[in-house]
Design a protein around this ligand. Structure first.
Ligand SMILES: Cc1ncc(COP(=O)(O)O)c(C=O)c1O
Length: 387
């Protein structure tokens, strides 16, 4: 275990970020202290309104986490389309196995069966050719797709929306890692039926604790979601649905609203960091760098490289020895986790997801990373491949 001093470059330095916008954040928090409306205070609606404007979405609903945004979104879709509280086990919702647990878990919690389609190794996102292939199988019972814009990289939304329209499927975008990203100029989360965002502290827009949001142009889905997040009713004693306590906290909304003004600037910085890594690391034999698909604005939640031939862990150790923090997102694909055993379907093997779990490594990615820090990381990676 490295001491704090021995770390030269962190994955993300939240303290530095706070110091960068301390005045705005402190005054937003002070405002809450004055009114003391901690549950669904005015800051929650303000953030929802600001997010509607930012995204170009008709409705934004604050929630207690990205996970709850996915669950509430799916439950609202079930209630809206089926008139039933949950999906049926025979209802299939398609996603990938190479994502954070919450994506697949939300599908189970909404009552449906996840179908894991393999990823495209260039983007780590759903392989839309395999998705098309699955939807051609006569026996499929798909009702929806949950595409995950992993690492901030947009999925191929043309293909996804075309297939969804052809097969009458809803699309709930998992935008946990991609707030601010766009496909053909449209903000991610607003292309499908709904989008679920996370404000986990390390996300592109992160709070001082958990938080999330659902955006949708469908007023019915927004209204049902608003009920579900506060115990299932329009008010406390008029409860219609099986609900949750999944409200976005006032204090988090205040912090997030203060930080939202800097989101585009920070996302631009992330793209700059990524461009600098790519310029310095391209051409190294055996190292694959992130690619930016055509039509995509990639917001680099992570800068994730792929290190074949079983050398990933060696590289991670080499970097740790030089004080560079790195992370593996994700070492275990969902179909290998006990919770999904016997509860998922798939189209053939998930080879690319399994290979990615063994090869990916995320380098430090922070909108305030200095050029010296970027160069230090890149030099340390280059040194490993020279040896
Ligand atoms: C792809 C993905 N989906 C869902 C989530 C869940 O978000 P949260 O941690 O806010 O519940 C996360 C974040 O951790 C995520 O990365």
């Amino acid at each position: 275990m490295k001491t704090q001093e021995a770390i030269r470059v962190r994955m993300l330095d939240l303290k530095r970020e706070y110091e960068h916008m301390k005045d705005d954040i402190d005054s937003a928090i002070a405002q809450c202290m004055m009114h003391q409306t901690w549950i669904l205070g005015p800051e929650v609606r303000e953030l929802e309104d600001r997010m509607c404007g930012y995204l170009g979405s008709g409705n934004c609903v604050g929630l207690s986490s990205g996970t709850e945004a996915l669950v509430v979104g799916l439950r609202a879709l079930a209630i809206n389309s089926r008139g039933e509280e949950y999906f049926r086990k025979t209802d299939e919702i398609i996603t990938t196995a190479f994502t954070f647990t919450a994506t697949g878990d939300a599908i189970l919690r909404a009552g449906a069966t996840p179908v894991f389609i393999d990823i495209d190794p260039r983007t780590f996102n759903i392989d839309t050719n395999k998705l098309r292939q699955y939807l051609k199988t006569a026996a499929h019972k798909a009702v929806g797709i949950v595409p995950v814009h992993l690492y901030g990289c947009p999925c191929h939304m043309d293909a996804i929306m075309e297939l969804a329209a052809e097969h009458g499927l809803f699309v709930l975008e998992d935008v946990a890692q991609a707030l601010g990203g766009a496909w053909r100029g449209r903000k991610l989360g607003t292309i499908g039926t709904a989008g679920a965002f996370s404000f986990f502290p390390s996300k592109n827009l992160g709070g001082f604790g958990d938080g999330g949001m659902l955006c949708t142009d469908d007023r019915q889905i927004a209204e049902i979601s608003r009920m579900l997040l506060k115990h299932g009713g329009k008010d406390k004693y008029n409860v219609e649905h099986i609900g949750y306590n999944a409200r976005l906290d006032t204090l988090q909304a205040a912090v997030l609203t203060a930080k939202l003004s800097r989101l585009d600037e920070f996302n631009d910085n992330r793209m700059g960091v990524a461009a600098s890594y790519t310029a310095q690391l391209s051409g190294i034999d055996g190292l694959e760098l992130p690619s930016i698909p055509e039509h995509a604005a990639h917001v680099f939640h992570q800068y994730t490289i792929s290190v074949p031939e079983g050398r990933r862990d060696e590289l991670q150790k080499h970097l740790a020895d030089r004080g560079v923090s790195t992370m593996v997102y994700y070492p275990v694909p969902l179909h290998k986790m006990k919770v999904f055993h016997g509860r998922y379907k798939t189209l053939g093997m998930l080879d690319e997801s399994e290979i990615a779990a063994k090869q990916v490594l995320s380098l430090p990615m922070d909108p305030l990373l200095t050029q010296d820090e970027i160069d230090y990381v890149a030099d340390a990676v280059k040194e490993f491949f020279r040896a």
